[in-house]
Design a protein around this ligand. Structure first.
Ligand SMILES: *[C@@H]1O[C@H](CO)[C@@H](O)[C@H](O)[C@H]1NC(C)=O
Length: 360
């Protein structure tokens, strides 16, 4: 109703001006359709606001989407890593259990890029045993293995002369299945065993980022128990606990516009959310693997304080300053949660880690 009155008033006004009358009408129309969109948007937002607690209560699987955000995709053909500049990378698929196929990229050391052109899967598989360290990268929630910061890490490792193996867990990218806590661990262990089966005596290091750090520490503990330990672990942007002190937003939900019920959900001990999240602090109490923790001081999702806590836990367990290292990146670089792969000193830290664990 109000819109109609507004329009009439506006057209009366335009009638007065004979010149540019048409332009005036066009403007009125544009403004009124813009207003309709704003109103519809506001109605949608308030509906979502009211409906959120009910959705969470009755459809707890929605939490799965909120935690993993695996449905977020980048519009790339994951079968063609060469389109993204990775011309010495093979795309392949592994089956971690019945019905679960995982998309994996294997990038060989950069010095092999020419040799790698047009090579088969078998050539890549065999190259894992060439003596160069192999890094398995466990990515964070959201999106797939083609995200720019994930390509960035693969490029850094490859330029150092190392292999980089990057997987999409079940439900992410072109991998089949749905993400669950147990499923992610199963996938990660499967990939690790596959790499070990081809890497002969090469060092195998696992690198976890954000949500991937919990995958990394969980399998590190499991592999230690199986007496098949990883050679080192790198944790980037790792968190101690999903529960945040009062007043701080929780690392996985800060961008849900602080919907009150979502924050509440994640702060509970026994909710669906925590079923999906695994705790780093507890794992570090058991781990004896050499460890390097990377964290940017301006990380907006996981506070730097958490990296310090993890470092202290690891130090007290390992009882050695040589086996654990905390590398802090200054906030002035603006790396935030994903960007520390850009740091020019990062390759040195990685090389140093390799040198300390290398069997002499
Ligand atoms: C292939 O990748 C390597 C390593 O990143 C790069 O040095 C080289 O220039 C690339 N070659 C082509 C033809 O794109």
């Amino acid at each position: 109703m109000r819109r109609r009155v507004g329009e009439t008033a506006a057209s009366k006004r335009t009638e007065g001006k004979s010149v540019k009358r048409e332009t005036g009408e066009v403007q009125t129309k544009t403004r009124s359709s813009w207003w309709v969109w704003v109103k519809m948007g506001l109605i949608a937002l308030s509906t979502l606001y009211v409906a959120t607690p009910f959705i969470l209560q009755f459809f707890p699987s929605v939490i799965q989407y909120l935690v993993y955000k695996h449905a977020v995709t980048y519009f790339v053909d994951l079968r063609r890593p060469c389109d993204l500049g990775l011309n010495h990378t093979v795309n392949m698929y592994l089956t971690s259990e019945a019905g679960v196929t995982l998309g994996v990229w294997h990038t060989v050391p950069e010095q092999k890029w020419k040799e790698a052109q047009g090579k088969s899967l078998a050539w890549y598989e065999q190259s894992l045993g060439d003596g160069s360290p192999v890094f398995i990268y466990f990515h964070a929630n959201t999106g797939n293995r083609a995200a720019p910061h994930r390509l960035g890490v693969a490029n850094v490792l490859s330029a150092l002369g190392y292999h980089a193996v990057v997987m999409d867990y079940r439900g992410f990218g072109d991998s089949t299945g749905k993400p669950t806590k147990g499923g992610l661990i199963t996938d990660a262990l499967h990939l690790y065993h596959w790499v070990r089966a081809h890497s002969k005596d090469s060092l195998v290091i696992i690198w976890g980022h954000s949500l991937g750090t919990v995958v990394a520490t969980n399998i590190a503990v499991k592999l230690q128990e199986q007496r098949n330990p990883v050679d080192a672990v790198i944790l980037e942007g790792a968190f101690t606990n999903i529960k945040m002190p009062k007043g701080q937003s929780q690392p996985f939900t800060w961008y849900y516009w602080r919907f009150p019920y979502i924050q509440y959900y994640f702060s509970q001990d026994s909710t669906e959310a925590n079923i999906h999240i695994l705790l780093n602090g507890e794992n570090l109490k058991k781990m004896t693997t050499p460890l390097m923790i990377l964290h940017s001081k301006d990380d907006h999702m996981v506070p730097f304080r958490m990296a310090e806590e993890l470092y202290n836990t690891a130090k007290s367990v390992l009882k050695s300053e040589d086996k654990v290292r905390l590398v802090a990146f200054d906030g002035s670089h603006g790396y935030l949660h994903n960007g520390l792969y850009r740091d020019p000193s990062l390759p040195n830290y990685i090389r140093k880690l390799i040198n300390t664990i290398k069997p002499i």
